[in-house]
Design a protein around this ligand. Structure first.
Ligand code: H2U
Ligand code: ZN
Length: 344
């Protein structure tokens, strides 16, 4: 028997942030594919679309007209999943049938008045305006006494469920910590108590030493394919400094965050020469008024494309019923993303 090698033998990898495992099957990358092929999405959009509900001056589905905005633009989601004004209540039948009211606020943030732009195609000063808007929203929503978690996320591309190509993200702010944040909170808090240090600061040190999974970096941030990545070209963006929330960043760090987001998204677009679909979002300190030194701000990029613009990963079968699985290793994915150029 040869020795166990991560590059050749099926193995599972541990995600210390969630406490979950991913199955890695590096020998499986060459399997044939006769399944769904995605439409090519070389989407050239007009700068203004009269039918877009996010473009300046247009009327939204709810009947409200957007102002002629020139930078970022924030509005309350007309079809909000959470609402601030519902009666509080709880319903329980024994231990097994339990429901609780959940209050919240949902907003939409337009990144730019330009319908045709994406983060990859925006200039860093324009992305910096988006970062400033995120900070304001995190502070403003988090200041509500009943808001304890602010989830900022972007669905980019029709394949990831974005309803519109106009550059935008959503913010869902709510009473209770949602599932993913709960898992990450528990792991970071347990690690912090046991080790006396920050889980992600320590992880970043490991990655900076090995260099194997780094994609790109600047003075304030590192983008890497985490050792435990599930999505083929998954990336985690981490601040180099231990920062618990977006509101802790200095002026320079905000600009550096804008810069790394452009670097990551333009590498993505260059991978398969398409406007690369993804879901991205920030995980940061809960807004319950406590300091949470265990939390280290980071962003996850979860993109579905696998082998080309037309072949995507599905989370089905074994992954739905057992555990997520990947074929190309995190190291190979990082190398491919590292070898690509970025646009200006
Ligand atoms: P997504 O592209 O990630 O689906 O985000 C668009 C959001 O915009 C979506 O949550 C909202 C939808 O409810 N929306 C409005 O608030 N007003 C509209 O006129 C259409 C869509
Ligand atoms: Zn538009």
């Amino acid at each position: 028997m040869t020795e166990f090698q991560l590059t050749r033998h099926p193995h599972r990898r541990f995600n210390p942030l969630t406490g979950e495992w991913v199955l890695v099957s590096p020998q499986r990358t060459e399997r044939p594919w006769q399944g769904q092929v995605e439409e090519s999405q070389l989407d050239e959009q007009p700068t203004y679309d009269p039918d877009c509900y996010l473009c300046p001056g247009n009327v939204r589905a709810g009947g409200v007209r957007n102002p002629p905005y020139t930078g970022t633009f924030v509005f309350d989601n007309d079809f909000a999943a959470l609402r601030p004004d519902i009666p509080e209540g709880r319903m329980q039948e024994g231990a097994l049938v339990v429901a609780e009211s959940e209050r919240g606020i949902c907003r939409v943030v337009c990144f730019s008045p330009r319908h045709d732009l994406t983060v990859a195609r925006m200039r860093v000063p324009e992305i910096r305006q988006v970062v400033d808007t995120w900070v304001e929203q995190y502070q403003e929503l988090g200041a509500h006494p009943f808001i304890n978690w602010v989830q900022i996320f972007e669905n980019r591309g029709a394949q990831m469920g974005a309803s519109n190509p106009h550059p935008h993200c959503q913010i869902w702010a709510e009473e209770q910590a949602p599932n993913e944040s709960r898992k990450e909170a528990q792991s970071q808090s347990e690690y912090h108590s046991a080790q006396g240090s920050c889980l992600l600061c320590d992880y970043l040190e490991v990655e900076l030493r090995s260099q194997e999974r780094l994609v790109c970096e600047n003075d304030g941030f590192v983008a890497l394919v985490p050792f435990w990545a599930v999505w083929p070209f998954e990336i985690m963006v981490m601040s180099k400094r231990h920062v618990t929330g977006l509101d802790d960043f200095s002026d320079t760090e905000r600009t550096n965050l804008a810069g790394i987001l452009k670097q990551v998204t333009s590498r993505y677009d260059n991978l398969f020469q398409v406007s690369f679909p993804y879901t991205m979002g920030f995980h940061q300190r809960p807004t319950d008024g406590k300091p949470h030194p265990e939390w280290h701000l980071h962003a996850h990029f979860y993109p579905p494309l696998l082998r080309s613009a037309s072949i995507r990963k599905f989370m089905v079968g074994y992954e739905l019923l057992a555990t997520p699985q990947r074929d190309i290793t995190a190291e190979t994915a990082a190398q491919r993303l590292r070898d690509l150029g970025e646009s200006d």
